[in-house]
Structures are given as C-alpha cells and as structure tokens.
Write a protein that binds this ligand. Structure first.
Ligand SMILES: [Zn+2]
Length: 258
C-alpha cells in the first residue's frame, strides 16, 4: 500500500467513525419517545396504602398517583436500533463481573458498564429503579445503556429537559460587571507633580499618563481634565532654543524607533 493509499484509508475510516458517532446525536422522533412516570416517595406510599388513590394513567398506561410527573425517555428497542445504525459492531460489557461471570452490582444495586461505539468506549451506570427480580436486571441494563449512550449524545435533549438535570435549567446569574475603583483624590494630588514633570519633559503625553493610571483605577473626569489642562499650561509656548530643538528632534526619533 502506498503512503497515499494508506492516508486515504485512515481518512475514510475516521470519516466513517465520525459519521457513526454523529448519528447517535440526532434527536429522536416523537413516536420513539416514551413517558416514564416519576412518582415521589409520598405519591408511591399513598397509592400503596390505598390503591384507589391511584388511577390508570392516560399517558403511560400504568397505575399511579394522578399527580405524578413523567419524564421523556427512549425505550430499549429504539436505542438499540440507533446504536446499530451508528455502528453494527457496537457492544457493551460490565465493568466488573462476579466469579460466575454475571455483572457485578455496587452496594446500591447499580451496574457500571462500558459502551463501545465506532471504536470509542465510554462508561455508563444503570440501576433497577423500583423493579424487582428478573425485571430488575433488564431495567438495569437498559438504564445503563441509556446512561452510557447519553455520553455519546444520544437523546441528550431528553436528559436535559428532564428533572434528572433540573439544575441545568436554573437561570445562570450573569457575572457582576467588573468595576475599577476610582482613583483616590489624595493619591492623585500626591502623584500629580511627578506626572506633570513627565509630561512637561516630553517623556510622556497626557494621554499616556491617563492610560497608565487608568489601567489600575478609574480616573474621574475632573482628574483627567486636570492632567490635560496643566499639560497645556506647562507646554513650552515660546521659541525653542537650538539646543531644545535638537533635543526634541532626538527624542522624537528615539520614540519613533520604539
Ligand atoms: Zn403515567
């Protein structure tokens, strides 16, 4: 294989990967989005104590308290379909296994998994929600896959809208505008003679002094006027001597070189 062919092959493979990964990010159509009831503990307890406190839900079809909120989620079949679209060779495996080869659960009954799509591996975590028995295992797998796939951007908008990420929706306070302190008048008066000396000897212009001082503290309008006004008074008004002229020219040349 020539160098060029090799580069072509690498580029093609990279493009295919990026294409597969970007497929995971496409929003799911409405008909693939299901509703997951998220009862509070109080709501669950109320219905458990008296089933008549619940009702057959018109949204998700299960029996629960009428005031339960629902989260949008993508079902296992729809997510698997999407993973296959992105990469027919996608796979997942538990992070840790028991001696008998079964996935190891943590102390909360949750399971960590590795999801690999288009050669990229990311971690995910799933739990059984309130399911028990064999259903708990299936729920844990589906939940972990959804969680790991979310790290690839799959159905991300649903996670964002849902209560799971409630904090994200809280308005972010804009940072307070950065204000500099005003220049203390006492310091201003103390430093003024030195600045005027710099200006009158041509080492600095009034603008340069204002810019320099203004980078540390805000000069009031009056302070700026003072610096400029005195400059005008102090500026040489009469004819320059030959020596002064020569010095001024030399200074200008020096400044233009800086
Ligand atoms: Zn419901």
């Amino acid at each position: 294989m020539s160098e060029q062919q090799f580069q072509q092959t690498v580029m093609t493979e990279l493009e295919q990967r990026m294409d597969g990964l970007s497929k995971l990010r496409k929003p799911f159509p409405a008909h693939l989005i299901s509703k997951l009831p998220k009862p509070t503990k109080a709501q669950t307890d109320e219905v458990k104590a008296d089933f008549r406190k619940g009702e057959r839900c018109g949204i998700c079809g299960t029996w629960h308290h009428p005031k339960v909120v629902h989260l949008d989620y993508v079902g296992h079949a729809a997510l698997t379909d999407r993973l296959l679209d992105a990469d027919p060779y996608w796979s997942w495996e538990p992070v840790a296994i028991e001696a008998n080869g079964a996935p190891m659960l943590d102390k909360d009954g949750g399971m960590w998994i590795k999801l690999t799509v288009c050669g990229v591996t990311r971690l995910g975590y799933g739990d059984a929600q309130d399911k028990t028995g064999a259903n708990a295992t299936k729920e844990r797998i589906g939940d972990a896959l959804r969680n790991a796939a979310m790290r690839f951007g799959a159905a991300l908008e649903l996670w964002h809208k849902g209560e799971l990420h409630k904090d994200d929706d809280e308005p972010v306070k804009p940072p307070a505008p950065k204000t500099m302190p005003t220049y203390p008048q006492a310091d201003f008066e103390k430093n003024l003679p030195a600045w005027l000396n710099l200006i009158s000897t041509g080492k600095k212009t009034a603008d340069q002094i204002i810019a320099m001082v203004g980078s540390k503290a805000t000069l009031t309008e009056q302070q700026q006027i003072t610096i400029r006004a005195v400059h005008q008074v102090e500026a040489p008004t009469g004819e320059m001597s030959e020596a002064e002229r020569a010095e001024a020219v030399a200074r200008e040349m020096k400044e233009s070189q800086q």
